[in-house]
Design a protein around this ligand. Structure first.
Ligand code: ZN
Length: 148
């Protein structure tokens, strides 16, 4: 990793850890929910999202985790909001391949900084947690979520 990418990585992770986007946000009328847990580190998040006509119109997450898992969850919610289910799944695939070393680059924009996690193999599961939770949420509709 170049010095530039490393400092960008640290900057983005720190920023999203200090100010997580969509954190403790419960989308009104949330239709899909999943719980994710990474026992290696103790990271634990719940992702709730609302799908309207196959588009993720709102998403939020709750829970607690280390800086990398929190930042990754924040970046994930920011990235998939406004995307179709197919686009969100494609994004999951790109991020997963990048984090597990199968691909160096993807059309990922800001998410590219997550590639920095590969320098810390023990933390890869922290970075993928929110994405696996998103995947689970997209697959399992919960029809009885109350907004109250
Ligand atoms: Zn962690």
């Amino acid at each position: 990793m170049t010095a530039d990418l490393r400092s960008l990585y640290e900057e983005v992770i720190l920023d999203h850890n200090r100010h997580p986007r969509n954190f403790q946000h419960v989308p009104p009328g949330a239709s899909h929910v999943a719980h994710g847990y990474n026992p290696l580190c103790g990271d634990e998040f719940t992702v709730k999202l609302r799908l309207d006509n196959g588009v993720v119109t709102d998403i939020g997450f709750e829970g607690a985790g280390c800086a990398i898992s929190t930042a990754s969850a924040s970046l994930m919610t920011e990235s998939v909001k406004g995307k179709t289910v197919e686009e969100a799944r494609a994004l999951f695939d790109s991020v997963h391949e990048m984090l597990t070393g199968k691909s160096d680059t993807g059309p990922l924009g800001k998410l590219q900084v997550l590639a920095g996690v590969r320098e810390y193999p023990a933390r890869v599961k922290c970075a993928t947690l929110a994405w696996h939770t998103l995947q689970a949420a997209l697959e399992k509709e919960q029809r009885t979520v109350s907004t109250e």
